[in-house]
Design a protein around this ligand. Structure first.
Ligand SMILES: CC(=O)N[C@H]1[C@@H](OP(=O)(O)OP(=O)(O)OC[C@H]2O[C@@H](n3ccc(=O)[nH]c3=O)[C@H](O)[C@@H]2O)O[C@H](CO)[C@@H](O)[C@@H]1O
Ligand SMILES: C=C(OP(=O)(O)O)C(=O)O
Length: 471
């Protein structure tokens, strides 16, 4: 069992570069299913488990994929299946995003029901409501959902009961080649929706209004492959902002886009954290003590639920009472119990967590219950006295590429241990701020990572169970 070991008490200093956004690259890779001609060349694709999983799903459907460093080239000319295999889909909810493009392209699709996860039940009713409105017939099998349509999908007016990111993306992709115009009302407005719309438009689609609550998609005959660079990961950026602040450090987060991080920046400033930004990134510097603040998660442009756990970590280190209200997912406080093992004083009252900050924090063995919980526990570890051992690292690998290497380069005393490896002696303090190296190429990550990363590292030009050349 792999573990991340953190010894707290060192301010982070230097520059860290963020990778392409997980939540952008997953729908964009799914959308490559729509490219009936040409190749899609996607740049700044992070080496994350979720990326490998979706590439495996695409491969099973007949997409040829070739990866070289952070570029993935895909060709989807001839699909060989309309069924997304259970053993791949169950690993990752976002693989459900292939449903819209497959239905549009093949007229039929069968996919396992993604089910809930640690943070909530996460239904898919809004996705299905959209496909149904577009003329698809939906049926349920044993643990799977099937959809088919005679001919092409038809444009429709679809009102989403909740502004679901995934449903907006799935419907946008399905509508791109439908007959007529589709309007999505109460659409999600996240930057990743805009990135997907830009990608689809470059492929030849006619998507207007992405980033607002009403998206209009005029269906076109067919789409072609194009080149696209994924936007920077705002949640990874936000996590390093918290890491900088909680450690009392001074870090430049290269690639972070301030506009995408509005509420995170606003709340950090309210707490007294120093923020400066330019066209290339955001500098975060903190002189404690910080002030307690209240935070409520909301769909974009509100405070992101994917930053809630990490922000809670920072509030633990801020004297006073803060209230964090989670409104997006019904069960996203699993990290509270783990934080309590480190001395956190947090009381849960329904959807709110009341945090009495500024109490002493001490290292402890803790478990990442989900991706952001894992990142948050690492952040608490940076501020805690003694050694924190974080297990459940497979969750962290879904969304953070080389988090250990990046934090170590900023001066954190952090390492990753494989099965049976002993906790190392304290690392010597960093000499100077120097984490400005770009995200490491896949091939050099072998020593830092385990399991899936070993798989990634096995070949610098790795094929993902696909044909050796792009025909
Ligand atoms: C891969 C990806 O991009 N994941 C992000 C995406 O997840 P995802 O797209 O799954 O999240 P949604 O926006 O769909 O979910 C938001 C809320 O809507 C509900 N809901 C959703 C769909 C549906 O058909 N019915 C329904 O009731 C969910 O249970 C949840 O309470 O947006 C979330 C909310 O910002 C983020 O936390 C995830 O990191
Ligand atoms: C919840 C998250 O992702 P997913 O929707 O892929 O589970 C996340 O990125 O924090």
């Amino acid at each position: 069992m792999s573990k991340i070991i953190v010894r707290g008490g060192r301010p982070l200093n230097g520059t860290v570069r963020v990778h392409g956004a997980k939540n952008s690259v997953l729908p964009i890779l799914a959308a490559t299913l729509l490219a009936e001609e040409g190749s899609c060349v996607i740049d700044d694709v992070p080496a994350l488990d979720d990326v490998y999983n979706i590439l495996e799903v695409l491969s099973a459907l007949g997409v040829q994929a070739l990866r070289h460093e952070s570029r993935v080239t895909l060709r989807a000319h001839r699909l060989i299946s309309h069924e997304a295999p259970y053993e791949l889909v169950r690993k990752m909810r976002a693989s459900f995003l292939v449903m819209g493009p497959l239905l549009a392209r093949e007229g039929k699709v069968k996919i396992s029901l993604p089910g809930g996860c640690a943070i909530g039940t996460r239904p898919i009713d809004q996705h299905l409501k959209g496909f149904e409105a577009m003329g698809a017939e939906i049926g349920f099998g044993q643990g799977s959902v099937e959809a088919k349509v005679d001919g092409r999908l038809r444009g429709a007016r679809i009102y989403l009961d909740v502004a679901s990111v995934g449903a907006t993306e799935n419907i946008m992709m399905a509508a791109a080649t439908a007959d007529g115009v589709t309007t999505i009302e109460n659409a999600a407005k996240e930057p990743e929706i805009v990135d997907l719309a830009n990608f689809l438009n470059a492929m030849g689609a006619k998507v207007r209004g992405a980033g607002t609550g009403i998206i209009r998609i005029e269906g076109v005959e067919r789409l072609k492959g194009v080149r696209h660079t994924v936007i920077p990961d705002r949640v990874e950026a936000g996590t390093y902002m918290i890491a900088a602040a909680i450690s009392g450090g001074d870090v430049y987060i290269e690639g972070a886009i301030r506009d995408h991080l509005g509420p995170v920046v606003a709340k950090l400033e309210e707490m007294g954290v120093g923020i400066e930004s330019d066209d290339s990134g955001i500098r975060v510097f903190a002189n404690r003590p910080l002030k307690a603040v209240d935070v409520k998660t909301l769909p974009y442009p509100g405070f992101p639920t994917d930053m809630q756990a990490q922000f809670m970590a920072l509030l633990l280190a801020s004297p006073g009472t803060s209230i964090v209200t989670e409104t997006v997912f019904e069960n996203r406080f699993m990290h509270v119990e783990e934080m309590a093992k480190m001395g956190a004083d947090i009381k849960i009252e329904g959807r709110a967590a009341v945090i009495s900050g500024g109490k002493p924090l001490s290292g402890a063995p803790v478990c990442a219950t989900d991706l952001r919980a894992g990142a948050a526990l690492i952040c608490v570890g940076l501020a805690a006295e003694g050694v924190t051992e974080v297990t459940g690292t497979h969750h962290i690998d879904r969304g953070y590429m080389d988090i250990v290497g990046k934090l170590a380069a900023l001066g954190a005393d952090i390492s990753r241990l494989g099965d049976g490896e002993e906790i190392p002696a304290p690392a010597a303090p960093a000499v100077a701020a120097s984490a400005s190296a770009p995200a490491e190429p896949f091939a050099v990550r072998r020593s830092l990572q385990t399991a899936s990363e070993e798989r990634i590292a096995s070949d610098s030009v790795a094929m993902l169970r696909v044909q050796p050349t792009l025909a």
